[in-house]
Design a protein around this ligand. Sequence first.
Ligand SMILES: Cc1cc2nc3c(=O)[nH]c(=O)nc-3n(C[C@H](O)[C@H](O)[C@H](O)COP(=O)(O)OP(=O)(O)OC[C@H]3O[C@@H](n4cnc5c(N)ncnc54)[C@H](O)[C@@H]3O)c2cc1C
Length: 322
Amino acid sequence: MAQIYAYIVHKDGVADDSALELITAAQKIDAGTGVTAIVTGSGENLDRVCNEMAESYKEVYKIDNDAFAYPNAEVIRKVLVNILPGDSIVLVPHNTFGMDLAPGLSIKMDSAYASDVVDVEGMDGSTLKIIRQEFGGQVSTHVNVDISGGAVITVRPGPFAPDESKGAGGQVVDKSGDIGDVSAKRKYLETVVQEAGDVDITKSEVLVSVGRGIEDEENIEVANELAEAMGADVSCSRPIVDAKWLDKSRQVGTSGQTVKPKVYMAMGISGSFQHLGGIKGSPFIVAVNKNPKAPIFQVADVGIIADILEFMPELTEKISEG
Ligand SMILES: Cc1cc2nc3c(=O)[nH]c(=O)nc-3n(C[C@H](O)[C@H](O)[C@H](O)COP(=O)(O)OP(=O)(O)OC[C@H]3O[C@@H](n4cnc5c(N)ncnc54)[C@H](O)[C@@H]3O)c2cc1C
């Protein structure tokens, strides 16, 4: 079995939650092979992430260069091709950056590519059996991937439990001298910080989150009333922001905010991976949806099959009676 590598996404010296989830995915591919973390960056923040990863990974490749001060998939692709053996299995989180990095990496490494993997069934010879989801999560697809010539696999954040065991006592290996040319056509210009909205949903303990099931802008008020009765804040899925019914600062998801509430009420939200990717910290998820097959029910602690336009006012009324 070829060596498995996990690309670690991090920001401001803090590793993304996906870092520990990739260990679990790697162990499902081959429990016997240790996994090597690859951390690119520069300065103190890089050291902090490398040391943190050494608690969980047996080996950590540290790649320190000013070219990595900002995420630039073009440069990182070059570096990975230079330092990794051609038959490597490279795991990358299926987030915005991973989706930029991974397809081109598989082409440059001339290896197999599997994206948005939600589960690993195991190995059969040189065939890796994985599960992906299609049609917005309504269909699970079982895919056989020939990994004899290596593979780049993007792993969906969430479905793999993080490996919290720690205590790996891993070794940090400085690979900065081996990376070769880091020139790139793509240049970093600036970071545009998102404007703060009226409510900071990243700090909310209870969220009443509305999706397309809310049907009409006028019905947002129904969610506002429930949130007020519960002492919660209102958040939403992306279509609600696209329709301009709520401000962008209230959008939960990979292209919105990352929230860590104690309770997440998903009202008329189907449960796309882009939406779920913004929910961290294992909150208690209550999903209300009129479609019993909605993917949100796979991650919900409590699932209620109901029309939210009937359910929300009724719940508000009951809470207000008390
Ligand atoms: C690059 C990219 C980034 C993205 N980033 C994000 C992101 O950050 N956040 C995000 O949310 N999405 C994001 N998306 C969009 C994402 O793919 C989904 O399209 C979106 O999450 C779907 O939102 P939804 O669940 O509200 O709508 P839908 O998928 O349309 O689901 C609506 C649900 O409501 C239910 N429903 C309808 N009427 C009722 C009713 N009366 N009562 C109860 N249930 C009802 C339906 O059964 C359905 O399950 C992104 C997409 C891309 C391509």
